[in-house]
Write a protein that binds this ligand. Structure first.
Ligand code: GTP
Length: 226
């Protein structure tokens, strides 16, 4: 049987369940204690895709979500073939951070296109859901990637996630999947436009503030003040 190796990197905010997801995938265990990962951790698991007579050895890097460790993640995701963007379905800010921080960060640092998966974890807590599933599906679609709801607690969705990643990896010439690339390029263009608008608004506000300040300074001078 042919074995392919694929480097997988998990990214996302602290506490979304990255370490637990990987523990469940590799050891079938769920640990309820909140142990913030202190540095990136590495584990590996091989899955046979019997219908294709191929196997994939997933080399998985679990990074730390805490802000002060974010720059370390760059070392790990640079040459990743698969990026898992993990958010917590009960926390809107963890989803927003994928769009506003993590994807921006990758877009500016990657040269190769990896396979993306948007992973909504803690789905066992669906009664406290804060993130609209359709928004997360849209993000995955925009990245030409996979969407999966998971629970590291109940093991929901994790096998399915890696099965779907495997299918994409084993597709001949997966790197050049036209539709995925077109979706991502369009999304990047849209983001670029949004960012430029933000910069223009900021410049305009700064100009306005400077003008107001100058007018106030003139008034103060006239009044013999300051
Ligand atoms: P950092 O290492 O700080 O980046 O956090 P992390 O994303 O690795 O989160 P971790 O796996 O440490 O999980 C954080 C907390 O969420 C722990 O208390 C877990 O028990 C809990 N947790 C993780 N996954 C799930 C889940 O699927 N369901 C529920 N209910 N709790 C979960």
């Amino acid at each position: 049987m042919d074995i392919e190796v694929a480097k997988v990197v998990l990214l996302g905010e602290a506490g979304v369940g990255k370490t637990c997801l990987i523990k469940q995938f590799t050891e079938n265990k769920f640990d309820n204690t909140e142990l913030s990962s202190l540095s990136a951790q590495y584990v590996s698991k091989t899955i046979d895709y019997l219908d294709t007579k191929k196997a994939i050895k997933f080399d998985i890097w679990d990074t730390v979500g805490q802000e002060r460790f974010r720059s370390i993640a760059k070392i790990f995701y640079k040459d990743a073939r698969v990026i898992l963007f993990v958010y917590d379905i009960t926390s809107k800010k963890t989803f927003d951070a994928l769009i506003n921080f993590w994807y921006e960060e990758l877009r500016n640092n990657l040269t190769e296109n990896p396979i993306y998966a948007v992973v909504g974890n803690k789905n066992d807590l669906y009664m406290n859901q804060q993130v609209d599933t359709s928004d997360a599906k849209d993000l995955a679609k925009n990245l030409g990637g996979i969407f999966q709801l998971t629970s590291a607690k109940t093991n929901e969705g994790i096998k399915n996630l890696f099965d779907n990643i495997g299918k994409k990896l084993l597709k001949p010439n997966y790197k050049y999947d036209e539709n995925d690339n077109i979706a991502r390029e369009n999304y990047n263009k849209k983001k670029e436009k949004e960012n430029n608008t933000k910069i223009r608004i900021k410049k305009y506000d700064n100009k306005k503030n400077n003008k107001n300040k100058a007018t106030q300074d003139d008034k103060n001078k006239k009044n013999g003040c300051c």
